[in-house]
Design a protein. Sequence first.
Lengths: 208, 423
Amino acid sequence: MTASTPKKQGFVRELLGRSDYTIIGEIVEPKTRVLDLGCGEGELLQWLAENKGVDARGVEISGAKVQRAIARGVSVFQSDIDEGLADYPDQAFDYVILSQTLQETRHPRQVLREMLRVGRRGIVAFPNFGHWRMRLSMLLSGRAPRTSLFPYEWYESPNIHLLTVHDFEELARVEGWTVERRYFLAGPRKVTVQPNLMAEVAVFLVRR
Amino acid sequence: MTVRLTEVATLSANWAEAMNAGIKNRLKSLIWVNYGRPAARHGGRCWRYHVNTCRMIVESNSVRFDGISLDSGATIAPVDVAYETYGQLNAAKSNAVLVLHAFSGDAHAAGISPETGKPGWWDNMIGPGKAFDTNKYFVICSNVLGGCRGTTGPASVNPATGCPYAMSFPVITIGDMVRLQKMLIDWFGIRRLLTVSGGSMGGMQALEWAVAFPDSVVSAIPIASTSRHSAQQIAFNEVGRQAIMADPDWNGGNYYGGPLPGRGLSVARMVGHITYMSDDSMREKFGRRLQGKDNFSFGFDVDFEVEGYLRYRGSQFVGRFDANSYLYITKSMDYFDLTTGRGTLAAALEKTKARFLLISFSSDWLYPSYQSQEMVRALRSRNCDVAYVELQSNYGHDSFLVDVAEQTDLVRGFLASTFEKVQ
C-alpha cells in the first residue's frame, strides 16, 4: 500500500480505491485510538494500523464482513451502530470514523451525538446529495435521482437519510459542534468553489 | 468429545459397526507412526511418538505437584496433571497457546492417540497449517482438575486412605481448574500465554484465565461460552446428575471395583447430546427414520434412528468417563460466575489487558449468542480490544467442534496479528 500524499496540488491519490480514505489517512495522527463505525471488511483500519500504528477497532453489522475483517487481524465486532455505542465509556477514542455510513443509518443525529461522546473527534465522510448531477437528474427526469454516487433504485437503496454539505453544516451549527477541517472531493480532485454544488463526497473533522 | 467429531461423518443405522470401522481406519494410519525415544519421566504415564503423515510430534505426559488449595477451602495433595503438547516452544517462550477442553474432553486435543487410535477432540483446529498452527505455536492442552483422564479427580486414589476419593473428593470450581493450569504453565517456565482458547467449559476457563491472571494472558478466545451459567444450563446439568445418583449402582459414589452406574451415566449423556445438537441438525441427521425396520415395533425397543443414536452415545460414554467426574465437573460449571466476589462483569474485567476474540453460533441454544454478547458489552465498557462474530451454523452447540472452516480463518488471523504485537 502506498503513502497517501497528494500527487499534485488539487488532486489526491486514492487509498484502497477511495479518495475519502486518503483524506482520513491524512487526518488521523499516528499512535492514536481509532474506532471505525460501519468498517466493512476492515481495509481502512488495517491500513491505519500498519501505516500509522493506531489502535484500530471496528463495528460492522454484516457477519460475513466481520469475519473477513477479523481474519485480516482487525478487532471488529458485529453490531448495529443504530442500536448505540452506549457500552463505550466517554472519550474512549481519539477518532471515531463514519465513512459513507451516515446516510444508511436510521437515526443519524443520534449516531453523530454518540460518536462525539465516545470519540474526542469525529471524521464524517458522506456522499453529497446536493451535487449538480443529482439536481439535474431529478430536474430532468422527475424521478428519484440515480447517479454513479447514488446508483440504487429508490426501493432498494440502503441510503435512507440523504444529506447535502449545507445540511451537515447546519446540523453542526444547531448541535454546537465545531468543524475543525472540511474537505470536498469530486473523484480524485479537491473541490474549492461551491462545494455544495460541486463536491461528490464531503469529509468533515468535527468535535463537540 | 473425540467421538462427537466422528459422529457427523459416520451416521448409519448401526452405530457400533460404523465406529469400529472408524477405529480400524485410524489404526491403519498408525502404521506410519514411529515410536521415538521416550521423553523424561515426570511422574505418571509418559510416551512420545511422531506421526509421519502430518509430521506432528505428540507428547502425552503427566506432572505431579505437591498440592493445590481450592476455592472451597479444601486442599488436594498431591495433584497430578495430564497434558499433551504440540509444536515447539520458541526461545523467548512467547508462542505458547493453552487450549482448554470442554466438559467431557481431555488432554488429547490433537494428533492420533496410540491408546485409542482416535484423533484429538480439536484435531481439525490444531496442527501444521491449521488454525492453531503448530509450525508457529507451541500448543498445550491438559486434562482438567476433577477429570478422569490422567489428572487427579474423584476416581484417583486418595493417598491418605489408599482408596479412590469418590465423594470425599472436594467440590471444585473453574477457578481451581485454572489455578492448576497456571501451575503447569509456570512449571514450563512460560511467563505469558499468547492465547488461552476453548469452547463451552473451555471458554469459561479462558475467561477465568484472563481475569484471574491478567499479566499471564496476551489474548483469549472463548468460543460458544458464557461468563456465568444460566438457569437452563444448570437445569440440564442437574438432570444429568440426578440420573446418575438415581442409579442403584452409583452406590453413594462407591462403585469403584464393582458394577458402574452405567444406566444413570448413559441417560445423563443422552440428555447432554440433545442439548449439543439443534432442532435443524437432528431433523437433518435423523428425521423420523426408523432404525433397521420398516414398521413400528409396537414396543419399547429402538424404533427411531435418533433413539439408537442416543443409546449408542450413552453406552459409549460409560466406557470412557467416570460418573463421579460427571457430578463434580458439571457442578463446577454451574458455580461458574465471573462476577462472583468481583461485583459486576465490567468490574471483573478491570485488570485484564488481553485482546479478546469471541465467537458464538446461530443455532447454539445451550450457550446462546446473547451470553457472548453480554461479555462483549462488558469488554467494550472497559474499552478492551474485542472482536466478536456470530457464525451461521446448523450444528447447535457442537458447532465449535465440527464447523471449523470459518473458525479457522478467524482464529488464524486473530492469532497472527496478536503474535505480531508481542514480537
